[in-house]
Design a protein around this ligand. Structure first.
Ligand code: SAH
Length: 259
């Protein structure tokens, strides 16, 4: 790979993985259970892409924001041009190309990690699995459980829809240029049991509750105090950080039925 000829762009958060073994290991974590399409976010110079393409039965779509890299990918990878999409992933809607069942993979641009996760959650009905590299601290937050300091909005919302697993830590020196943070690879596998509460309401509750994470819920959720029998809602004497993912779902349902 001609890495020396390519200057990494800070504005696109480009840190290229150099280690082929790690790349292979990341791709091997995709299960391909009940799907054969993979969307790669930010393929860059294609270190993960190469391994995705080793199986000819995989359908691979690449979404890359940097025009120069799009040119590079089209020139170097034997996939159809319309599978190499020049877009900001956050503005990409899978319905545009009628994709309805696909996994997401990527060594993600870290500045927009949360937005990428929210984008995945928006389309979770189409996305059974995701394997991705995040900044280690974000990976810890996503996979954290109640009672933990790192447990927060991302943990609850991602774990509502997905079973999460912290796979392994990745050292700074395997990237070019070297970032100032460690990285980690995690996997998300969609849960089978359907969510019975309203998605928007759940997002709202979790965000409000964690914005004042040390307060008891009866105080942080004052926004809802006008609804009938507000004070009979369970868990109000607890704090956001003490509530499990299941309990957040229950809490949301209780608010919903009273509205
Ligand atoms: N997957 C490659 C590159 C990782 S760096 C590797 O592992 O080496 C992050 C990549 O995401 C870069 O290629 C960058 O151009 C791309 N990127 C940054 N913001 C993006 C966005 N909003 N949508 C799509 N790609 C983006």
């Amino acid at each position: 790979m001609q890495m020396h000829k390519f200057f990494s762009k800070k504005k696109f958060d480009q840190y290229f993985l150099k280690d082929q073994n790690i790349a292979k290991k990341i791709v091997n974590h995709l299960s391909f259970e009940n799907y054969n399409t993979v969307v790669e976010v930010g393929p860059g110079l294609g270190i993960l892409t190469r391994y995705l393409l080793t199986n000819p039965y995989n359908h691979v779509f690449l979404i890359e924001i940097d025009e120069e890299l799009i040119y590079f990918l089209k020139k170097n990878f034997p996939i159809s041009k319309n599978q190499i999409i020049h877009r900001d992933f956050l503005k990409w809607n899978p319905e545009e190309i009628r994709l309805q069942n696909f996994a997401i993979i990527g060594n993600f641009p870290y500045k927009i990690s949360s937005q990428i996760l929210f984008h995945i959650l928006r389309y979770n009905q189409y996305i059974p699995e995701c394997v991705g590299m995040f900044q280690k601290e974000v990976a810890k937050r996503i996979t954290s459980h109640q009672g933990n300091k790192t447990y927060g909005i991302l943990s609850v919302l991602v774990q509502t829809f997905y079973d999460v697993k912290y796979l392994f830590t990745v050292k700074e020196k395997v990237f070019f240029p070297i970032p100032n943070v460690q990285s980690a690879v995690i996997s998300l596998k969609r849960k089978n049991d359907p969510i019975y509460c309203n998605k928007n309401m759940l997002f709202q509750c979790v965000k409000i509750a964690f914005n004042q994470r040390r307060k008891k819920l009866k105080n942080s959720l004052q926004l809802f105090n006008h609804i009938p029998n507000f004070y009979e809602i369970p868990f109000l004497n607890k704090r956001a950080e003490e509530l499990s993912v299941k309990e957040f779902l229950q809490l949301t349902k209780e608010i919903e039925i009273r509205k």
